[in-house]
Design a protein around this ligand. Structure first.
Ligand code: ZN
Length: 509
């Protein structure tokens, strides 16, 4: 964020001073000193003018007369709470896979945090199909015998295949068209060639399966020796063939062997499904004049079983909780609903359940802010407005001054929790920090750790999401509405997402 913007909007409340300057204020209603996101120096609070009118009271104490925007900037950028919320999930709870004891610990901890802020929390249980990984193995038999470290990919079917191997590039439709994969073990790369639309691993798996492949081996794009994980199915049903993930280095070894001649290998995988129960957590901050309408701020609290998930998605939960804390001090015209969602990683089960179970409430939702993987030390800040040009224009205008580096666009992401809301026409935003290097190296690995997110990343994201949330809650006449079912379909078709959604059985009827 630019220093001038910070100064302009914070007015006389803050001034940037070199590190070491003694705080001039001891009022205690806001933190007195924090690291300036621009200069790295200390920002200290100016003395509160005498006779200043006090206009509100919150869990943070009294606050002086200022616009909500100024107050939000101060509170978001001064907060240490968000980073502590992040740290606790990553390092005290650890990986939070659906169906594990850690998922329950995360659920209870979020509940306690919200209750500690005086929210009433509703726990909404829902049934979902749980995926249970088992033993997995990949062994090259010829031209050399070698065991390759690998992980099972979510929802791939159990089985054992011993066969020759074939490479199918990035696993695009054109790659499968060029390679004959029937009864072969298919090696594909994660991601897509530079400049091309990235296709989800579930599309690669579906193409391998429909081409009659015996098994799929997915290699990462980035050289770090790290093995990642993820779902290759989204419908909650086990696939027909095994699928495993390998590191870039081991995948490259396999590719080199294939360039030199025939390769045979064995892939083994145990994998099962059983009925599971998870929970969504809801807490409401009532609005005033338009209290019957609401702004939903959601984040999923599960992660993969190997993955501390600092980026995906402890940071989303941390920002949501800090917003729940900060916004409690602001009167909003519309209500806020904070929604911690379960079981995103296995196929968006928490958000699909919520959108279906509360369908009658969706007409009153002004917008959904999905906080999923929005803080990272590296990458661009994206605000995906999911096929809604008027929503994108509204957000762009709102952020252009304070956060001009946010890339606001109308791209649709089908693979995170705003998507079930988008399918119902609700204006849906996905807040995302995306860097190709970060994603291809660490996403869904054991190294998505606390060190990948800085305290400043969390503070800036809290401000970013808070600005959008407050504007949505305050503005009486919003310059956009819900999408019609036809507009939803047209947006999906225009972005060439139809075939992938049809393969996953998720194209709207
Ligand atoms: Zn996520």
């Amino acid at each position: 964020m630019r220093e001038e913007s910070l100064r302009k909007h914070a007015g006389s409340l803050y001034a940037c001073r070199p590190f070491g300057h003694k705080p001039s204020c001891s009022s205690g209603y806001l933190s007195c000193s924090f690291a300036c996101p621009v200069t790295g120096g200390r920002v200290t609070q100016e003395k509160r003018p005498r006779q200043q009118k006090l206009v509100g009271r919150s869990s943070l104490g009294r606050w002086p007369a200022m616009s909500w925007k100024e107050a939000l900037i101060g509170r978001a950028l001064a907060s240490d709470a968000g980073y502590e919320f992040l740290r606790y999930q990553c390092e005290e709870i650890g990986p939070r896979m659906a169906g594990t004891a850690a998922e329950i610990r995360a659920r209870d901890w979020i509940c306690q945090q919200l209750q500690g802020m005086d929210y009433q929390v509703t726990l909404e249980p829902f049934a979902y199909p749980q995926w249970v990984p088992g033993e997995v193995g990949l062994e090259v038999l010829t031209p050399v015998r070698r065991r390759i470290p690998c992980l099972p990919l979510g929802w791939a079917g159990p089985g054992e295949a011993t066969s020759s191997m074939v490479s199918a590039g990035y696993g695009l439709r054109s790659d499968f068209g060029a390679a004959s994969v029937a009864r072969q073990i298919v090696l594909v790369k994660n991601g897509a060639p530079a400049g091309q639309r990235a296709i989800h691993r579930s599309e690669k798996y579906a193409l391998a399966q429909s081409g009659g492949a015996a098994a799929l081996v997915l290699m990462r794009e980035h050289p770090l020796g790290v093995v990642g994980i993820g779902s290759v199915g989204l419908s909650g049903q086990l696939g027909c063939i095994p699928a495993v993930s390998v590191s870039f280095e081991d995948g490259s070894f396999l590719a080199r062997c294939l360039e030199r001649g025939p390769v045979t290998a064995t892939v083994k995988m145990a994998s099962a499904s059983r009925p599971g129960t998870s929970w969504n957590l809801r807490a409401t901050l009532p609005g005033a004049a338009l209290a019957h309408e609401k702004v939903v701020i959601c984040a999923h609290y599960d992660s993969w079983y190997i993955c501390p998930g600092a980026h995906d998605n402890a940071n989303g939960v941390a920002v949501m909780l800090d917003l729940a804390r900060i916004l409690r001090g602001f009167p909003g015209a519309r209500s806020f609903e904070f929604l911690a969602l379960g079981v995103e990683e296995l196929g968006l089960f928490g958000s699909y359940h919520h959108a279906a179970a509360h369908r009658d409430e969706l007409a009153s939702v002004a917008g959904v802010l999905n906080l999923d993987s929005l803080c990272c030390y590296q990458g661009d800040k994206l605000l995906l407005c999911n096929g809604h040009p008027a929503l994108a224009e509204f957000s762009r205008r709102l952020l252009s001054d304070l956060l001009p580096d946010v890339n606001v666009n109308t791209r649709i992401n089908c693979y995170s929790d705003h998507f079930p809301f988008f399918l119902q026409g609700v204006p849906a935003m996905h807040f995302l920090a995306w860097g190709r290097d970060f994603y291809s190296a660490y996403n869904h690995t054991a190294y998505d750790t606390l060190d990948k997110v800085t305290p400043h990343n969390i503070r800036e994201a809290t401000l970013w999401a808070g600005l959008v949330a407050m504007e949505l809650a305050q503005r009486p006449d919003l310059p956009f509405g819900h999408l019609t079912p036809d507009e939803v379909k047209r947006a999906i078709d225009a972005q060439e997402l139809r075939s992938g959604l049809e393969l996953a059985g998720r194209y709207p009827q």
